[in-house]
Design a protein around this ligand. Structure first.
Ligand SMILES: Nc1nc2c(c(=O)[nH]1)N[C@H]1C(S)=C(S)[C@@H](COP(=O)(O)OP(=O)(O)OC[C@H]3O[C@@H](n4cnc5c(N)ncnc54)[C@H](O)[C@@H]3O)O[C@H]1N2
Ligand code: MOO
Length: 392
């Protein structure tokens, strides 16, 4: 049996890199940079005011000064403030020549066309100087960074017209099982709604990828092989669910065992023990276990890092640390990925039970607490690493 870390490493080492494409900076969110991004410009681009107020020569204050200029943001004139005067200036407006500080409007007394400055001011007060944040040649973001919305201000402002990124993966999702029906269907006894298909598709989109196929196949090896082979040339990644454990009708195993294309593994994790992986016609196939909670856990713990590796991002699994607000017992010796909810004070408590079929319980959970193999039961106050659910 492999540990989750060993299996994750195996996946990350075997997946191919996604192709590099050029995109405008504004479209880079969710993609991973294939090259360092270097600024071509100064940021701020020019000395400008941090406040709505009055631009002054600091040495003149305290004083009452006439207002000689009015400078809104976006004023492109080349201006100089005459000696012995001040300029009304707005936040973001270019600082004119002849001044070295700004006094915010709340700290002055305006009377007619003059302004009284009651106190001294230090040179540079409320001035945002050119290049104080970023200078030409500075590396704004490094290759391998998955671009987040918070990084867009730098990317769209650094003077680059296009960025080299690894494009999102085209993901095909295939649910296996004769018992599955599309949501909304009338169900006969023994049938259930295919929840894994839409869930994997949503998780893949939340991870920044593009879902190009969502389908279902029955429990025959021929059908599974035919569908997977036909989607392989249209997808960068295939993610299946079901059919990988020890039953008599395990279609993934029946279709691919001993073919040399997919291998089947036991991973010491709960949920998510039975797993399959391989490369089919050049396309990696992640064969996840069928239980709905196992699918979510397998995706977040195993597939997300592998998708990141395909994008050239080798950062370790992202977790946050939280303290247990309630105790819970481990279920067995495997590493446990326990469903937890965040408490109002930032701790976590168990949520949703531990059965891999408990989709009602899963709906009330916010993330997975990682309880390493061999560690004792969790006591109140213990620190645990938590993988937050996307969107929670
Ligand atoms: N004898 C053994 N039985 C089982 C073992 C084992 O080691 N020995 N492992 C158990 C574990 S752990 C898991 S996890 C499951 C994995 O089974 P499969 O990957 O073969 O999945 P299925 O049998 O096809 O389905 C399991 C369960 O999940 C439901 N399911 C499947 N697909 C969907 C879907 N798309 N949407 C919603 N629900 C789905 C399915 O109806 C089953 O109830 O095996 C254990 N058994
Ligand atoms: O390992 Mo299975 O994924 O517990 O339910």
């Amino acid at each position: 049996m492999l540990t989750p870390e060993e299996y994750r490493t195996l996946l990350c080492e075997r997946v191919p890199l996604l192709p590099v494409v050029e995109v405008p900076p504004a479209q880079a969110v969710g993609s991973t940079l294939a090259a360092d991004v270097t600024s071509r410009v100064l940021l701020p681009g020019f000395d400008n005011s941090a406040m709505d107020g009055y631009a002054v020569r600091a040495a003149d204050l305290p004083a009452t000064l006439p207002v000689s200029l009015d400078i809104p943001a976006g004023d492109t004139r080349s201006l100089t403030v005459p000696a012995g005067t001040c300029a009304r200036i707005m936040t973001g407006a270019a600082l004119p020549a002849g001044v070295d500080a700004v006094v915010q409007v709340e700290n002055v007394v305006v009377s007619g066309s003059s302004v009284q400055f009651p106190t001294t001011v230090a040179v540079g007060t409320a001035v945002r100087s050119a290049g104080s944040d970023v200078r030409p040649g500075d590396v704004v973001l490094t290759a391998g960074t998955r671009v987040a919305p918070t990084q867009l201000p730098a990317l769209v402002s650094c003077g680059a017209h296009s960025l080299s990124v690894r494009r999102p993966a085209r993901v095909a999702v295939v649910s296996t099982g004769d018992e599955l029906r599309e949501a909304g269907s009338d169900l006969l006894p023994g049938q259930l709604v295919d929840s894994n298909g839409p869930t994997i598709a949503a998780l893949a989109r939340a991870a920044g990828h593009e879902v190009t196929f969502v389908g279902r196949v029955g429990d025959t090896a021929d059908e599974v092989r035919r569908v997977l082979t036909s989607v392989a040339d249209r997808a960068d990644v295939i993610i299946t669910s079901g059919g990988v454990s020890a039953g008599a009708y395990e279609p993934l195993k029946l279709a691919f065992q001993d073919s040399g294309e997919l291998d089947f593994y036991s991973v010491a994790m709960q949920p998510g023990k039975p797993q399959g992986f391989g490369i089919l016609d050049g396309t990696p196939v992640f064969a996840l276990p069928g239980n709905p909670v196992s699918v979510v856990v397998s995706f977040l713990v195993l597939v997300v890092p592998a998708l990141r590796a395909m994008s050239g991002d080798t950062a370790p699994l992202r977790t946050i640390r939280a303290q247990a607000a309630a105790p819970w017992r481990r279920v067995d010796h495997r590493a446990q990925f326990a469903r937890v909810r965040f408490t109002p004070d930032g701790g976590v408590e168990p949520a949703g039970g531990h059965g891999s079929h408990l989709i009602g319980g899963l709906a009330g959970a916010d993330g997975l607490a990682i309880v390493p193999a061999g560690s004792p039961d969790i006591a109140v106050g213990d620190w645990v690493a938590v993988i937050p659910f996307p969107g929670r």
